[in-house]
Write a protein that binds this ligand. Structure first.
Ligand SMILES: [Zn+2]
Length: 68
């Protein structure tokens, strides 16, 4: 997945390629921006593989790591 952090509203969508098949999300794909609270969300639909997803740009991620 291609995503940049710190994207500003009104700029190009930070998702340029389909996170499922990797093809370019060109003018034939569907990318729609919306907001949920403070989060900027990009709903996308890939014409090539028909995958749909909501992509949320992040600056930090907290995850879990199994015990070693
Ligand atoms: Zn795709």
């Amino acid at each position: 997945m291609t995503a940049q952090t710190g994207a500003r509203s009104g700029s190009r969508p930070p998702v340029a390629f389909c996170p499922h098949c990797g093809r370019s999300l060109n003018h034939q794909a569907f990318v729609q921006e919306y907001w949920t609270g403070q989060s900027r969300v990009f709903h996308l639909w890939c014409r090539a593989c028909r995958f749909t997803a909501d992509v949320v740009p992040t600056e930090r991620m907290l995850g879990h790591e199994p015990a070693h």
